[in-house]
Design a binder for this molecule. Structure first.
Ligand SMILES: Nc1ncnc2c1ncn2[C@@H]1O[C@H](COP(=O)(O)OP(=O)(O)OP(=O)(O)O)[C@@H](O)[C@H]1O
Ligand SMILES: [Mg+2]
Length: 232
């Protein structure tokens, strides 16, 4: 399965969702970040036709992949997808993370509109409602986006495709750690904390214990969200 994670908005959780929701649940899938294709400091951060050509070639050589498209490349990528007619067919699904802030809902509407304009069928567009607070209902937090979707019928959404705000993502950011691995870590941290001599060592172990507890809580939520996406 080949999945693109996309939204015009930055900071909606594209990278988080690619790494922690999608890749661990799609067998053999690695995450490819489009940002990294053109990380050269001196160059404009535009996605060039040549690189898009390379991406298309790469997609033909893998069975399972999650492509994380940095917000700064989305516009270029969509332009190139329009030029290379039918190239969107390389992806089975487009996962579109969104968060409750109004600007991000509006950007999500623009993203869905552009994807639909490319001819991508609604069944391939999957919205993930990210950073939904515990006491908040998805249909209330995302009323602007949902009203648009209802009216335009670009896609169908599942309100179960949601993730709460959780500090575990910040804790593991950049470490490459897998949340399911962290959750299944059986280290007896309490025993180690008792044995540790210095305060710093005790605190470091306490951090690991807290991270495991957060991971244990968040993995079932990620499982539920992934199931609700119905990628098949
Ligand atoms: N559900 C969540 N709970 C808590 N923090 C989150 C959640 N989702 C994302 N974040 C945090 O929000 C920030 C932005 O997330 P992320 O980097 O995944 O966004 P992005 O859409 O990939 O942004 P960009 O377009 O800049 O690449 C990160 O610090 C991340 O850890
Ligand atoms: Mg990102």
């Amino acid at each position: 399965m080949k999945v693109a994670v996309i939204n015009f908005s930055g900071n909606v959780g594209k990278t988080t969702i690619a790494r922690h929701l999608l890749a661990p649940r799609i067998e053999g899938a690695e995450v490819v970040a489009i940002e990294s294709i053109n990380a050269d400091e001196d160059q404009a951060r535009a996605l060039k036709g040549k690189q898009f050509g390379e991406l298309q070639e790469f997609l033909q050589t893998v069975d399972n992949v999650v492509v994380d498209i940095g917000a700064s490349n989305v516009e270029d990528l969509l332009g190139l997808m329009a030029r290379y007619r039918g190239s969107h067919e390389d992806f089975d699904y487009f996962v579109i993370p969104t968060v409750p802030a109004l600007k991000q809902q509006q950007d999500t509407i623009a993203t869905l509109t552009q994807l639909a304009r490319l001819g991508i069928p609604g069944a391939k567009l999957k919205v993930v409602f990210n950073q939904v607070e515990d006491d908040v209902k998805v249909n209330e937090a995302f009323d602007t986006l949902l009203a648009f979707i209802e009216q335009n019928r670009i896609t169908q959404v599942s309100l179960q495709c949601k993730l709460g705000t959780n500090e575990i993502y910040a804790r593991v950011k950049g470490t490459g750690k897998d949340l399911a691995d962290l959750a299944s870590d059986t280290t007896d941290y309490k025993a180690l904390i008792v044995k540790a001599q210095g305060l710093d060592d005790k605190l470091a172990l306490a951090q690991k214990l807290a991270t495991r507890r957060l991971a244990l809580g968040v993995v079932p939520e990620l499982d539920e969200c992934f199931a609700a996406l119905e990628l098949r």
